[in-house]
Design a protein around this ligand. Structure first.
Ligand SMILES: Cc1cc2nc3c(=O)[nH]c(=O)nc-3n(C[C@H](O)[C@H](O)[C@H](O)COP(=O)(O)OP(=O)(O)OC[C@H]3O[C@@H](n4cnc5c(N)ncnc54)[C@H](O)[C@@H]3O)c2cc1C
Length: 394
């Protein structure tokens, strides 16, 4: 009898198994050496992203009426998990799946008809999402980038930092202040969301400066200098932007948590394989409890986090409040992938540091998710305040 893989929950073995197998097959065409070369050159994984786009994986969440596959969030989670589990990196394009959610939920019918079918066909890339600023940090309501209405357009001035995939996007979602903070009706009011057409904006009010980071992640600094955005590109109502952004965060957190689960599975499989094969002192290193226990611990941690990811996705799909679960999924999954990464590196001894094993690359890549898109401390603060009812700490 075939044993189910320890990385697959037995009762969920057929959960999107067709999609998972197809994604794994596609990813097999992009082995470690493909990613290592890009990593050395800090280059964008264009061929990989094109292959995912062509196969339709990046548009699965777009409803059928707008040309997408109209699949559930858990299908998107399965795709991203498999990408990471195969040793690839979805960080270059994962936002193409969910950034359109703000447009879908809060855009008007004209905007949706104009953009969503093109996004679904892969003709338009909407995978940049500009919130973070140098002076606001995690406190997004303090952003200073201003959009002031002048006739039929808004004039944008300000600065953003760590905005990813801008150069690889045709459209960018931008959060900017439309009412000065002191005049806004609430702490979260006075902010608005715009769709910026990057094809028109580049060289006409936006300067983009790449930021080199410890892993290959196409992230940039943006400077707005009298950028003109047509008023028709405002999403929803002026001043309600923060609420729109928040409504998309649960999906983002669940999907990134799924990526972390995929990373954890890759690290655990790699560590287990090596522990069984590498012989020192005349026996496999995996025969030592000091080597096998941390791997077993990482496995248990990953499985527990995986349950929370599934719980959060189920609540999301049922249209129920999943703020706590989405945050916990992201927290637990990012911690689990980091624990698995550290264990995998340790298991490999010196070889873990060698580029050709891909461990040091994945180690650097997965570390991001304890910080972005929301850092661990901010999730703990959210749980302490909103779930456990303790006083707000900041
Ligand atoms: C590679 C990369 C890609 C990114 N891509 C994007 C993107 O595409 N779009 C975008 O908008 N942003 C992006 N970001 C930004 C990312 O979302 C932020 O870095 C993250 O939210 C943390 O904000 P910060 O860097 O300003 O840290 P800060 O807010 O300055 O926090 C620094 C540290 O202090 C802790 N801290 C702060 N306040 C508190 C508190 N009250 N209690 C306890 N601890 C606290 C934080 O947890 C953190 O550990 C990206 C970042 C990186 C590194």
């Amino acid at each position: 009898m075939n044993q189910p893989s320890p990385m697959t929950q037995p009762e969920l073995e057929h959960d999107y198994s067709d999609i998972r197998n197809a994604v794994a097959k596609l990813c097999a065409q992009f082995p470690g050496e493909y990613w290592r070369k890009l990593d050395r050159e800090m280059a964008y994984p264009t061929t990989f992203v094109d292959a995912l786009t062509e196969a339709g994986y990046l548009s699965v969440l777009i409803p059928e009426e707008y040309g997408g596959a109209g699949l559930k969030l858990s299908a998107a989670a399965a795709i991203l998990e498999e990408i990471q589990r195969a040793g690839c990196n979805g960080g270059g394009c994962h936002a193409q799946m969910y950034t359109m959610g703000t447009l879908l939920r809060h855009g008007n019918e004209d905007q949706k008809r104009r953009y969503l079918p093109q996004i679904a066909r892969g003709e338009l890339r909407l995978q940049a999402f500009a919130v973070t600023e140098p002076n606001s940090g995690s406190e997004a309501t303090r952003i200073q980038t201003r959009a002031i209405r002048k006739g039929d357009r808004y004039i944008v001035n300000g600065q953003k930092i760590f905005i990813s995939r801008v150069k690889q996007s045709d459209l960018m979602l931008l959060l900017a202040r439309t009412t000065p903070r002191e005049q806004a009706k609430s702490r979260t009011g006075g902010l608005s969301v715009f769709l910026v057409d990057m094809r028109l904006a580049q060289g006409a009010g936006i300067t983009i400066k790449p930021i080199r980071t410890m892993m290959n992640h196409a992230t940039t600094e943006l400077f707005f200098d009298d950028l003109r955005v047509p008023a028709e590109n405002l999403i929803g109502e002026e001043g309600q932007g923060f609420r729109y952004i928040l409504s998309g965060m649960n999906a983002e957190r669940i999907l990134i948590a799924a990526e972390c689960i995929g990373d954890a599975k890759w690290f655990i499989a790699k560590a287990t394989g090596y522990a069984k094969e590498r012989a020192v002192f005349g026996r496999p290193i995996g025969q030592n409890q000091g080597v096998q226990f941390p791997i077993a611990q990482a496995y248990a941690q990953m499985r527990a986090a995986e349950l929370m990811v599934r719980e959060a996705a189920s609540l999301y799909e049922a249209g129920r409040d999943c703020g706590a679960e989405a945050n916990m999924a992201k927290l637990l999954a990012a911690d689990a992938s980091w624990a698995a990464a550290d264990t995998c590196l340790q298991t490999h001894g010196g070889f873990g540091f060698a580029e050709e094993f891909d461990i040091e690359r994945k180690f650097r890549e997965t570390r991001l998710y304890r910080t972005a898109p929301i850092s661990t401390n901010l999730i703990l603060s959210y749980l302490a305040e909103h779930v456990l009812g303790m006083p707000r700490s900041y």
